[in-house]
Ligand binder design. Structure first.
Ligand SMILES: C[S@@+](CC[C@H](N)C(=O)[O-])C[C@H]1O[C@@H](n2cnc3c(N)ncnc32)[C@H](O)[C@@H]1O
Length: 243
């Protein structure tokens, strides 16, 4: 097994181990802001999500996929995919209760090897997922590949605040308090130490935007949210040029 596969397997195991407490901790540790952030990601489809087929990559327990389906109507088709069967199982229970009919389905999916044809979706989303990819560029390339020309990519991800006072307070919370609470409730403190660790090592918004540009996406943009704790990257797959 190569190092990318080993890293992916470790990530899968970690999320599977915290799946039962994942939603509770998300809402608690973000003081409920995560719900607002995902709804803002849905709103990044400025023309609405009606008549759109959207793939939510690394969907976890399905919150963004459900928000997309709820924002649409019966013409909206959302597929959520993740490689953690425990995260998906929690998601399936929520989807069954939400009664979204054929608008939403969840499936096993490896973000680094998406089993859907080129150009098969009008939109692709990923909330707090790309940071966990064992190979970021390969995941982003796959997300761009399955987009139709004119299709939109929307990525919600943590960043670090730019204001120095807020950044210092946030670092204290993120590296000390959050791992403590996360560890007590989930029983896996390591998973909640991994979170700030990966955020501080992740490319800056400018660097990620540049990578989306290299992939050939147009209209690349970044919108910071809540003091820059996280933000939304967007890009559009251009139509192929003639000749
Ligand atoms: C922090 S959770 C985010 C879940 C969800 N999108 C949300 O907004 O809560 C990260 C998710 O990425 C998934 N993940 C990481 N690498 C993946 C990959 N290569 N393929 C599929 N899922 C992956 C994990 O299993 C986990 O469910």
């Amino acid at each position: 097994m190569n190092t990318t596969d080993q890293k992916a397997q470790a990530v899968e195991r970690m999320f599977s181990s915290i799946a039962a407490r994942y939603d509770l901790l998300n809402h608690l540790l973000s003081l409920g802001f995560d719900i607002r952030w995902r709804n803002t990601a849905v709103a990044a489809f400025s023309g609405g999500v009606e008549n759109k087929k959207i793939l939510d990559v690394a969907c976890g327990t399905g919150d963004l996929a459900m928000a997309l389906a709820l924002a649409g109507d019966d013409s909206t088709q959302v597929v959520g995919g993740d490689f953690s069967s425990n995260m998906l199982a929690i998601g399936q229970e929520k989807v069954a209760k939400a009664d979204l009919g054929a608008r939403l389905s969840l499936e096993f999916l490896d973000a680094l090897n998406i089993g859907h044809p080129d150009g098969s979706f009008d939109g692709v989303t990923c909330a707090f997922g790309v940071r966990n990819f064992a190979d970021l560029d390969r995941g982003l390339t796959e997300m761009a590949r399955i987009l139709k020309p004119g299709g939109r990519m929307v990525i919600l991800e943590f960043t670090t605040p730019t204001n120095r006072v807020i950044a210092a307070a946030y670092r204290l919370y993120f590296t000390r308090i959050l791992p403590f609470i996360g560890g007590v409730i989930s029983g896996n403190r390591g998973a909640y130490e991994y979170l700030p660790d990966t955020v501080y090592k992740f490319p800056t918004p400018d660097q990620l935007s540049a990578r989306l540009g290299v992939l050939g996406l147009a209209e690349v943009g970044f919108t910071p949210l809540t003091f820059g704790i996280c933000g939304i990257h967007t890009g559009v797959k251009p139509a192929p040029t003639e000749g």
